[in-house]
Ligand binder design. Structure first.
Ligand code: PLP
Length: 280
């Protein structure tokens, strides 16, 4: 197994960064996760566009598209990766002493590694989620490595026996700790719009496109906490979970508690599209 750190390919245990790295001191950095199927990065252009937006938001220098393409290709080749998740992290870099304000432009710290993609079943088993107050900051659109809120919420969810928190702000569902939510009501799909309150999930965007192709009405409109008990179906999306049906929110059973019909159609459409794109 080999990881990339600042121009070098190393064994994971040999990759070391300075304690003065701003990623370590301030979580001053961003990351990206790209799914890979049969050795092909899935929706790579969209992931790179989001990576570039995250860097621009923090005013961290961007080595450019050609650099990222080459890095990912080398990472996959060196690790013989077939079905995998590529992790890329960029921090603002290390400086001589700790200071909130960066002291001039720094050399960013770039790290990349690859891990195994979880197995996906034909139709995934429905999971339970738990409703929690969205305590995170107001720039959730940036894929920041500062994930304290997400981690605390994920721990609270785990304590309730739930896979993910279902986060809400001002009565509306925002997203999960590492996923986007979709509700189905009367044959139509609802999901929060891409503003500062959610991460614009690449899987979210792809599922919206698939739904439109299947002529399922979609509304990029947040659904409310008050309506949760009346939903017909609920699912979440992410690069590692793909399309994950939800059978239960705390004590509320969604539909029959299984995988709903529209969710199942989207699970199948998702599998078909990833097979198609990775065969090219
Ligand atoms: N929302 C948050 C907060 C996330 O961390 C993630 C991914 O980890 C997502 C949504 C889903 O994004 P994607 O579909 O690009 O993996």
């Amino acid at each position: 197994e080999s990881v990339y750190l600042n121009g070098e390919w190393l064994a994971p245990e040999a990759a070391k960064v300075s304690v003065f790295d701003r990623g370590f001191l301030f979580a001053d950095g961003i990351y990206e996760v790209v799914p890979v199927y049969h050795g092909h990065p899935f929706l790579l252009e969209d992931h790179l566009a989001r990576l570039e937006r995250s860097l621009a938001a923090l005013e961290i220098a961007n080595p450019g598209q050609a650099f990222w393409l080459d890095l990912i290709q080398q990472l996959l080749t060196r690790n013989h990766s077939q079905d995998a998740l590529v992790y890329i992290q960029v921090t603002r870099g290390a400086e001589a002493k700790r200071s909130h304000l960066p002291q001039g432009p720094l050399q960013p710290t770039i790290f990349a590694s690859v891990s195994a993609m979880p197995v996906h079943w034909d139709v995934p088993t429905p999971v339970k989620v738990t409703l929690l107050d969205d305590i995170r900051w107001l720039r959730c659109d940036i894929k920041s490595i500062s994930l304290l809120g997400n981690i605390m919420l994920k721990q609270q969810a785990q304590a309730c026996g739930a896979l993910e928190p279902l986060l809400h702000r001002n009565g509306l569902v925002t997203e999960g700790a590492s996923s986007n939510y979709f509700a189905v009501k009367d044959g139509a799909i609802y999901t929060a719009p891409t503003d500062h309150l959610i991460l614009p999930g690449i899987t979210r965007m792809w599922v919206l496109k698939l739904a439109k192709e299947l002529a399922i009405p979609v509304h990029e409109q947040a659904f409310s906490v008050a309506d949760l008990a009346q939903l017909d179906e609920l699912f979440l999306t992410s690069s590692s979970r793909e399309v994950q049906p939800i059978g239960q929110i705390d004590d509320i059973i969604i539909g029959q508690g299984g995988c709903g019909e529209i969710t199942e159609r989207l699970v199948h459409a998702f599998h078909a599209s990833k097979r198609q794109l990775s065969a090219q």
